[in-house]
Design a protein around this ligand. Structure first.
Ligand code: ARG
Length: 477
């Protein structure tokens, strides 16, 4: 019915030159406006490597299953490898008329090896192909994100080790609460990023599976071997339902959710750095290399990196909302809406990588102001709980102790005094249970060191956490 010369120009049955691989049943070409609107090559060209990788495995399988000749498969593979080299060398000009990365590569293959290239798409659809490419791409990028997370985890451990005796106020409701060790505070972030790391690992179980072989939606009549393709691509499983294989983008949503959590963790950390670098806190000094000034106020030094990461977190949440919303109304099986998953996915991945890439060296240059932190633990009655606990140890029920200390705090507030500045007589006027050893119990270092429960902030517990962190990091080396 139609001819397709080796330059991949199609002639339809009327002899009209058309440029689309699927245009056999079309009587005219698309409007340019239409090409601009539905083509994805502008963004999915970044799947080129994965597309070729998947096609090589597919071609090998077609050859091994005698669906095409082994020699034909070999020539296709050689052609695909040549195209990959050209892609890597930046020698390819993508063709918007060829719509997407899949048809662009097919077109290039036909240009490279002639009509034989037209056999590659046997027993395959772009629907299972794009699902495969996206999975391979995420697997590759997950490794990059993991290595960035690992760098950050190593740095957090290093700083936590250095600051294992630095004391600062801990906050609840942004009000000074109880003193904590800075190393403990930093190890809290270690825990968050550790979970993020583990989450990437867990996601891969569902990402690294094979949709190819699902065909357009219903499978194929050719005697393909899906396990062979999975094995060649080091994928753990073959997806068991063809409709699900082409429709499933759960893994995209899941990965962007994981990225969103990492961004949220970075953002919370950044928020603290913004606060801590303010004159009001003065707990840290940001390095000049990662700060900016003001065009009008000569004195300013602004923590832009931290603010931008906080802002970009909102943007990644947008990516997550986009993918969830794109998927919510889709009937089975493939729908073109799904092409919209890619920009959100790419943006999420680019953004988290960009943020992790700068956050770690920025954090490395942050100066922690130990004296200022310690000084801040003096005001705000951070030892009030300890006075109550002291009374409990002497036999008073906790609730009564709480009430008694609350009254003492109130009178101290009125007199602009600290609890430890009360005389023993004043203490004993409040409760005869209080003795001279109360002052030791109120000492800030003591307040920290008694919190020796598992996971607490005592220097001993922090040392234990540090050991655990080192051990865990060794398992991911
Ligand atoms: N560019 C498409 C996407 O990203 C590939 C699959 C298109 N399939 C189709 N039958 N139009 O989703």
């Amino acid at each position: 019915m139609f001819l397709w010369n080796k330059f991949s120009v199609f002639h339809n049955w009327r002899g009209v030159v058309v440029l689309k691989a699927w245009s056999g049943r079309f009587q005219k070409d698309n409007e340019a406006l239409m090409d601009d609107f539905h083509s994805s090559i502008g963004f999915d060209c970044r799947l080129a490597e994965e597309d070729i990788q998947g096609s090589i495995a597919h071609a090998n399988m077609l050859g091994d299953c005698n669906i095409i000749k082994r020699s034909e498969a070999d020539s296709i593979v050689i052609g695909l490898k040549r195209i990959l080299e050209k892609v890597k060398a930046g020698q390819i000009e993508w063709d918007i008329k060829a719509e997407d990365i899949h048809m662009n590569i097919e077109k290039l293959l036909i240009q490279e090896i002639g009509d034989l290239g037209k056999k590659l798409h046997t027993a395959r659809s772009r629907n299972d192909q794009v699902a495969l490419d996206t999975r391979l791409y995420i697997r590759k990028e997950t490794a990059n994100i993991q290595s960035l997370l690992k760098n950050l985890l190593e740095l957090l451990l290093e700083i936590a080790q250095r600051e294992q005796e630095t004391i600062l106020p801990g906050y609840t409701h942004m009000q000074r609460a109880q003193p904590v060790v800075l190393g403990h505070h930093l190890l809290a972030y270690f825990e968050m990023f550790k979970r993020d790391f583990e989450r990437t690992h867990d996601c891969l179980k569902r990402v690294a599976v094979l949709p190819l072989g699902a065909g357009a939606l219903a499978g194929t009549g050719f005697a393909i071997d899906r396990s062979q393709v999975a094995a060649e691509l080091s994928l753990q499983r073959v997806m068991p339902n063809s409709l699900d294989a082409v429709s499933d983008r759960d893994f995209v949503a899941e990965v962007i959710f994981g990225i969103s959590l990492t961004m949220m963790h970075l953002s919370r950390f950044c928020e603290e750095l913004v606060l801590w670098s303010s004159m009001e806190f003065g707990f840290v000094e940001m390095d000049d290399a990662y700060s900016t000034g003001s065009s009008i106020m000569p004195q300013k030094k602004n923590p832009d990196v931290a603010e931008l990461i906080r802002g970009k977190t909102g943007r990644v949440y947008g990516d997550l909302m986009a993918i969830l919303t794109i998927l919510k109304g889709l009937p089975l099986a493939y729908n073109k809406d799904m092409q919209e998953d890619k920009e959100a996915l790419f943006d999420g991945i680019d953004t988290v990588k960009g943020c992790l890439t700068i956050f770690t060296p920025m954090l490395r240059t942050v100066t922690f102001k130990r004296e200022r932190m310690l000084a801040a633990t003096k005001d705000g009655f951070l030892n009030a709980t300890d006075l109550a606990d002291y009374l409990v140890a002497k036999g008073l029920p906790f609730r009564s102790a709480h009430m008694l200390v609350g009254r003492l705090v109130q009178s101290c507030i009125e007199q602009h005094r600290r609890l430890e500045e009360l005389s023993l007589e004043e203490f004993q006027a409040a409760s005869t249970l209080i003795e001279a050893d109360v002052y030791e119990a109120l000492d800030i270092r003591q307040v920290v060191s008694v919190r020796n429960s598992y996971g607490g902030t005592s220097v001993e517990q922090v040392k234990f956490q540090l050991e655990q962190a080192v051990e865990w990091l060794n398992t991911i080396k």
